[in-house]
Design a protein around this ligand. Structure first.
Ligand code: ADP
Length: 377
């Protein structure tokens, strides 16, 4: 792996912790002398696109050791013994090529919770655990696993002596961190004066590094297609739109006048309520997307982290405001399917408020998902 820590933006504290592990890999003798054991497995968890794979490669790159990546779903086998056999093969390779890093992405796919063949999964996990138990300190095989779904992980995997070093790999939480990512991916690109990268960093609140990278790359493609190779603010906006709406904008789509008007009302409903709640609106568009969405209202997310009950209620109201604005224009019987995504997101929020956040009507601070899971309270 030629990836280095300097290629990974943010995660400063995490990189410090990992440096220690790299030192372990590079100088096993001194640690052995000190009686310290090399961790056998480390687990990186966090949302998709935050750099878990990149970090695993960077550990290998920094330590100058071999690197091999597999995915948990590669072992997802119908037949008992096949997945386990693959695990044993993998570790055979690892022992031959040590020192090395074995990277297992989506390790949650190895768990039995996904409803595959339970006994086949069990055997696969057992094979992995017994291979890991078989390591001795200093044999130079480090297993790095990644998951977006920590809660779905088989508990056997996180017991002491297995993946007991767990590290969160979160989304960038400040504009400064996003700016670092932007700097990595804009190094070799040209921008005209309409682009302010600090503003762009602000607009990308909530976006993962992978999304930021994809938006910048898409903008670069647009600038090449246009022959200028200079990225403008309009190109960045277009690229962001494409990511957000999962499709291109359909500027030349034929639409009825009344549909355009209805979309305008719908988006204005979101924008107006957001505005009244003090949100910063970065873009309102009634340009439809090839993925089927009629328009979009983009807000600058004020913050990440803790939200108050009132703030969540305001988000729900802002989501419903599109449908309500339609109702104002055409009456309750003529509202459209345009609000389906809003209703879905509002329902998710409301569900979480009641089930997880203790914000329902009753005062009991109860997590209903714990009760549903049959855990004793
Ligand atoms: P994950 O494994 O967490 O889903 P990846 O490591 O595969 O994410 O990252 C996806 C893409 O985003 C890669 O192209 C990677 O280079 C980029 N990326 C993700 N996180 C970072 C980061 N912290 N710094 C720089 N690039 C990143």
């Amino acid at each position: 792996s030629s990836v280095k820590f300097s290629d990974v933006a943010g995660h400063t504290e995490l990189k410090k912790d990992l440096m220690q592990i790299i030192d372990f890999l590079k100088n096993p003798k001194i640690y052995k002398k000190a009686g310290a054991k090399l961790p056998k497995g480390i687990l990186l968890y966090g949302p998709p696109g935050t750099g878990k794979t990149l970090l695993a490669k960077a550990i290998a790159g920094e330590a100058s050791v071999n690197f091999r990546a597999v995915s948990g779903s590669d072992f997802d086998e119908k037949f008992v013994g096949v997945g386990a056999g693959r695990i044993r093969e993998l570790f055979k390779w690892a022992r031959k090529n040590s020192p090395c890093i074995l990277f297992i992405d989506e390790i949650d796919a190895l768990g039995g919770k996904r409803g595959g063949n339970i006994s086949a999964d069990r055997q696969t996990i057992n094979a992995l655990l017994s291979e890991m138990d078989g390591f001795t300190a200093g044999n130079g095989v480090l297993v790095v696993a990644a998951t977006n779904r920590l809660q779905d992980l088989d508990p056997a995997l996180t017991r002491p002596g297995r993946f007991d070093n767990r590290f969160a790999v979160p989304l960038p939480s400040t504009s400064k961190e996003r700016r670092e990512i932007i700097d990595i991916y804009t190094k070799d690109k040209n921008f005209d004066e309409s682009v302010d990268l600090d503003v762009f960093a602000k607009e990308m609140v909530g976006a993962s590094p992978a999304v930021i990278e994809a938006v910048i790359n898409e903008a670069a493609i647009l600038s090449a297609a246009d022959g200028s190779c200079i990225i403008t603010k309009a190109m960045l906006d277009e690229a962001y739109f494409k990511q957000l709406m999962e499709g291109h904008s359909k500027k030349d789509a034929e639409r009825q006048q009344d549909e355009i008007k209805l979309t305008a009302y719908h988006e204005a409903g979101h924008a107006l309520l957001g505005f009244l709640f003090g949100d910063e609106i970065t873009k309102v568009s009634i340009v439809p997307s090839t993925s089927g969405a009629g328009g979009v209202t983009m807000f600058n997310q004020k913050k990440m982290g803790l939200y108050s009950k009132q703030e969540l209620e305001q988000q729900v109201m802002t989501l419903y405001a599109g449908r309500l604005a339609e109702e104002v224009l055409v009456g309750p019987d003529n509202v459209t399917t345009g609000a389906s995504n809003d209703i879905e997101r509002a329902s998710e929020l409301l569900y979480d408020m009641v089930v997880s956040y203790g914000m329902g009507k009753e005062d009991a601070l109860i997590s209903y998902s714990v009760i549903q899971a049959g855990k004793s309270v």
